[in-house]
Ligand binder design. Structure first.
Ligand code: NOJ
Ligand code: CA
Length: 583
């Protein structure tokens, strides 16, 4: 297999709306990102992934696209986009966009046309319109539920004013699902991909890549109404979906220029099913959410790494590791919470990564930095979510009236939703909106908490021992220590709470425990980098509690035992994400 840039890339996820606001309307924009490219260069990232920035009514902040061929005016112009791509490339940073092809916005021209057309017309065939059940068609066509809560069907009013058909939406009613069995849809997306590739985009993150097709008959799924029926196998991961990726893989290799990269967001019930998406003629990678859903526990983390690597080996692909994104609570908060193991059996990613409750943020940041060093030492690519490098916490106490996530709105406040990880970035402690917007600007679209002041970029930049400095150093030096082709071998440190492995001449150790743990002297370990202050001297190197270190080691016997098989490992399913499909 030839090496490709994405094999070991560090990709920085930019939630554009919250990154940097150049024009002062309180909303991050393309020009703002362009201004801050030097920050990303200094961080050492290889690529950015932009959350959707196409024209959108922003019901789900860009995951509801009204026009796939323009950028949203609130983010800037097409010229801003071109300038951003040019400058990013100039800085050696590749640009990935987000392809949302399972659904569009209810304001997309096709959907507007479908609503104005009669039932059964070709325009309606591009979506999933059905007659309702019951005498007057007043009941939804089946019992499927939307990921954001409530029925996955909404009823339309026909052009003559009568109550009409229903359309299917896996997410918000503002996000009608396409009918991918209609050839118009596939042709349309070919055009969309080609358009952005022609502007220099280097690839796509594919939104709900296991969606797109639904079981053709759309029968009821027993227990779907109250979630007692488990994973709805008819709503996701249908065999036809693979045709899309074969088509897109070929399209991305057409040229001109280098092959375009495709990474999928995929939630499926087994690693075997996931592997199907990584066939040599489909996606290059799929996010490995295994680490993200684990609690702070050596055995669980080690097992997650092992299973993911086994899977990568089977498919001949590289892992795309991630601990954070715009859909889950931030790691600094997650790892600072009391995480009971029983509570942490993540059959459901939302429960696993969206817990609320008290958090010890000092502890959380300390652990999150260690976890970042763990993933940066693993073979494969790493996806960082903006603000992770500052140790930003989840903002759990946003005022109710500030919240905008459809999860919050559709659950009538029963679920907080995802606004708390989307709060605008703090750049300067003493500036208005912590430097997110220029002086005199409108308030940021979500309010920032006071704690963002001490975490602002200008408080951490160049400061030894700051979270930002530790991230920078780890990102910038990982390839010097861990040869991208070096395989991982587990080490048995003699401590159940110390996860340890080598890759080539370097090792990574993570102490998940609450006490310092001494490394075996036989390792002759020399410290390279640590996630927390560590004292070196004497014969024994001790790894502080809740921290990670990279080491150069002379010679140690790699063992397959160690934390992976320690007591307390749950042997049930090899893949924890069995039951639910997360947004
Ligand atoms: C997954 C995205 O990451 C999430 O933010 C979005 O709400 C859903 N897909 C629907 O597009
Ligand atoms: Ca702006």
């Amino acid at each position: 297999m030839d090496a490709s840039w994405w094999d070991d890339a560090v990709v920085y996820q930019v939630y554009l709306r919250s990154f940097f606001d150049a024009n002062g309307d309180g909303i991050g924009d393309l020009a703002g990102l362009r201004n801050q490219l030097p920050y990303l260069s200094a961080l050492g990232v290889d690529a950015v992934w932009l959350n959707p920035c196409y024209t959108s009514p922003q019901r789900d902040h860009g995951y509801d696209i009204a026009d796939y061929l323009t950028v949203d005016p609130s983010y800037g112009t097409m010229d801003d986009f071109r300038a951003l791509v040019a400058d990013a490339h100039e800085s050696g940073i590749r640009v990935l966009m987000d392809m949302v092809a399972n659904h569009c916005s209810d304001q997309h021209a096709w959907f507007v046309e479908a609503l104005a057309s009669a039932p059964g017309s070709p325009s309606r065939e591009r979506f999933l319109f059905r007659d309702g059940r019951g005498a007057g068609g007043e009941l939804p066509p089946n019992n499927w539920q939307s990921v954001f809560g409530g029925p996955a069907w909404s009823r339309v009013t026909e052009a003559d004013g009568s109550a009409g058909q229903w359309y299917f939406h896996a997410f918000d009613p503002g996000q009608p699902d396409f009918n991918w069995r209609n050839p118009d849809v596939a042709d349309y997306f070919d055009e969309v991909l080609r358009f952005w590739y022609s502007l220099g985009v280097d690839g796509f993150r594919i939104d709900v890549a296991h969606g797109h097709f639904k079981q053709v008959e759309l029968n009821d799924w027993p227990g779907a109404e109250d979630d007692s029926g488990g994973h709805n196998y008819d709503m996701w991961d249908q065999p036809e979906v693979h045709e899309i990726y074969r088509r897109w893989r070929a399209l991305g290799a057409e040229g001109p220029g280098e092959e375009k990269y495709l990474v999928g967001e995929i939630w499926v019930p087994s690693l075997e099913r996931l592997a199907a998406y990584l066939a040599p003629d489909e996606l290059h990678a799929a996010f490995s959410f295994e680490l993200l859903v684990q609690p702070w526990d050596a055995a669980r983390m080690a097992r997650a790494v092992r299973l993911s690597l086994d899977q990568a080996k089977r498919t001949g692909t590289r892992q795309a590791w991630t601990l954070a994104n715009h859909d889950v609570h931030r790691p600094a908060t997650r790892y600072g919470q009391q995480q009971l193991l029983e509570d942490a059996l993540p059959t459901d990613m939302i429960a696993a990564a969206r817990r609320t409750g008290e958090a010890d943020l000092d502890l959380g940041v300390r652990r999150a930095t260690a976890a970042a060093m763990l993933q940066l030492a693993l073979p494969g690519s790493v996806y960082l979510y903006q603000g992770e490098e500052l140790g930003l916490p989840e903002v759990l106490d946003l005022p109710d009236d500030a919240r905008q996530d459809p999860i919050w709105l559709r659950s009538a406040g029963a679920e907080l939703g995802r606004d708390g990880c989307r709060v605008p970035m703090p750049w300067e402690a003493d500036a208005q909106s912590f430097g997110f917007s220029p002086a005199g600007a409108a308030a940021p679209w979500l309010p920032q908490p006071p704690v963002f002041s001490e975490l602002a970029v200008d408080q951490q930049d160049g400061v030894a021992g700051s979270t930002l400095s530790r991230f920078r150093e780890a990102i910038r030096t990982r390839r010097d220590h861990f040869d991208p082709d070096a395989e991982l071998a587990w080490l048995d440190s003699g401590h159940a709470e110390l996860l340890a492995f080598t890759r080539g001449a370097s090792a990574c150790v993570v102490n998940f425990g609450d006490t310092d743990l001494a490394l075996p002297t036989s390792w002759s370990a020399e410290l390279v980098l640590a996630s927390a202050p560590i004292s070196v001297g004497g014969d024994v190197l001790a790894i502080p509690a809740n921290s990670a270190a990279w080491l150069r080691i002379d010679r140690v016997a790699a063992a397959s035992a160690g934390p992976v098989q320690a007591d307390g490992v749950h042997q049930d399913s090899p893949f924890p994400l069995l039951e639910s499909t997360a947004p």
